[in-house]
Every structure is written in C-alpha cells, then in structure tokens.
Design a protein around this ligand. Sequence first.
Ligand SMILES: [Zn+2]
Length: 365
Amino acid sequence: MKISSVIEHLETIASTAFQETYDNAGLLTGDAQWECTGIIIALDSTEEVVNEAVSKNCNLIIAHHPIIFKGLKKINGKNYVERTIIAAIKNDIAIYAIHTNLDNMIKGVNGKIAELLSLQNLTVLQPREQLLKKLVTFAPLEHAENLRKALFAAGAGKLGKYSECSFNIEGTGTFKAEEGADPFVGEIGQRHEEKEMKIEVIFPAFLQDKLVSAMIKAHPYEEAAYDIFSLGNYLTDVGSGVIGELAEPIDQILLLQKIKDIFGLQVIRHTSLSGANVNKVAVCGGAGSFLISAALASHADVYITADIKYHEFFDADSNLLLIDIGHYESEQFTIDLLHDILKQKYPNFAVLKTEIKTNPVHYFL
Ligand SMILES: [Zn+2]
C-alpha cells in the first residue's frame, strides 16, 4: 500500500480544503508514492515520535499538529522543529498532519470529545459559510439519470443526513450546430429543439473541478451547458466546535468530576460555579477561546475547551461555565479517533498509537 492511499482515505473524511487559512495540514515530509511500512499516530510529531517510528519500522507518522507551521528559513537543528524535520528526512519518514480540517468536521476532534461526554443532538457550534456551490446542467431526457448518477458519484447532492439530492424540471433547449460541429442530435446549420431535463445539485466548493469533469464525461452533448452558483448557505456538518445536550441536566460539580475522570485530569481551570444544573454543553478541543462568544450566543450552559487566558475567563460573564482542561488533554482522544478510522479501513495493517506522551505542559501538585 502506498502512503498516497492512506492520505486519500483520510481526506475523504477530512479534506484539507476544510482547513483554516492559517493552517498547514497535509503531507509535510516524505513522498506520497513511498510504499507504507506502518503508521504511527500522535498528536505531535516530535523528534521522539520520529525515533519511535524508526524503531517500530513505520515510515508514516500521522499527527494532529503540523510540525511545520510557519515558514522555515534555515534547517540547522537549532530548535525542536528543525531537529524533527532533519530526523524525518534522514530516516525517510513521512509526516502527515490532519489538523483544523479534522477539527472542522462534526465527526472529528470535537465529535470524539462529545462522544466521550455522551452528548446528544450534536450540531456544529459555528458552521462555516460559503463552502457550498450549486451546479445546474441540462441533458436530453433519456440521459438525465445517467448524468445524475455521475454527479452523485462525484460527491454532489449531499445535504445533512441525505444524499442523492437534486432538483429536476423539464423544458426545451434549442441549439444550432455550426459548421465543424459534431452534434449529438440535430443537423448542421439548423436550429434544433430538444426536450431536456434541467438538473440542479449542490456540492462542497472544493469538489468543483472533479464534479465538472465528471459531468462533462457523462454528458452526451459535445458542448455541455452548465452554470455554477456560489451559495450563502452553511455547510452544517463543517465548522468550529460542537454543541449538544447531556442525557439529563446535572450538577456543575458532578460534570466537573465526570470531565476529570474521563480525561484523566489532575486539575481543571473554570469560572465560578453558579449552582445551577447544566444541560447544554459546547466543546472545542485545543485553543478555543475564539468560540466563547459563539458558546454564549448559543445559550450553552458550559463550554469546555483549552488555552483560555485570564481576561477571557471574564468574557463568560457568569452566563457560562467556562472550563479549561488543557490543550493536550482536550485533544488526546484524537489519537483513538484516527486509529479507529484507519483500523476500520486497514484492519490487517500496522496502525499504532504513539507510546510517547508529547504534552509539553506539566503540573507540580
Ligand atoms: Zn491542538
């Protein structure tokens, strides 16, 4: 199996097109055409993880955080980023990062946290907009189904829990084939009228090239007529953070205890306890203070995230129980998530979880 196959599979689950603009997800070192000898999954691809990969004969590290995040101008080994890159290149280790693209999927980093907390009725806290487009094309009636099938196969027509969504209406198309044309129907130099089906489908914007070539391939006409529209709709399964409900409202202290147990925490930082029961829980693994206002606007009782600064705790304004469980701690189960995704696809392949705890933060208790 080539490394490219593993990457292709991961990108059907979290396309790099869904990463944030500042991010650097994707293949960072190595060659996708290499034969994959084994996979190690980690949150951080540190030098130690590269050494672990070498010792376990795995030439692919799948990490959540991209080790190359900013531009590198020199690679001399003077810091941990440069040393990791040098070690990876010297040992022919490919490093692939699946970062904010995995954060942004409802079944990604945050969906996993929500699953551990048994949250129900899960939705994205801050859905992304302008990620959807619409394709409209026109086909002779008897070719419409064939075209619809090709569009669906290329990824069009997915709407929440529904697939193969399209809108279809019959009408009449006209065209006159000019000299040199090879018309599917009609005569050269004469205007032809054809009963056609107008087919409309939505699709995630990043699939546009794939979809247009699939449509042109399946279309019987020499010149397929089509329109593409940008939509203002939200892609409801993609965006930052998630929000859901507990099975039943519970006491704040009980929730804190539950979080402590599930995530194996030594300490939790949080805003003052109001004594009210909590039910609606917003979650964002990693640095999530940018979603405090979205959590407030969605009337969450609790927002669980990490990397909250002193002044940001004030932003909760006693309307929200703001909980900081630590960056590594909040994202630790992403390793299990990726392991499950890969083991499901490649049950007989060496897919290992790192044995190194890469958390750089320690607590003196
Ligand atoms: Zn993170």
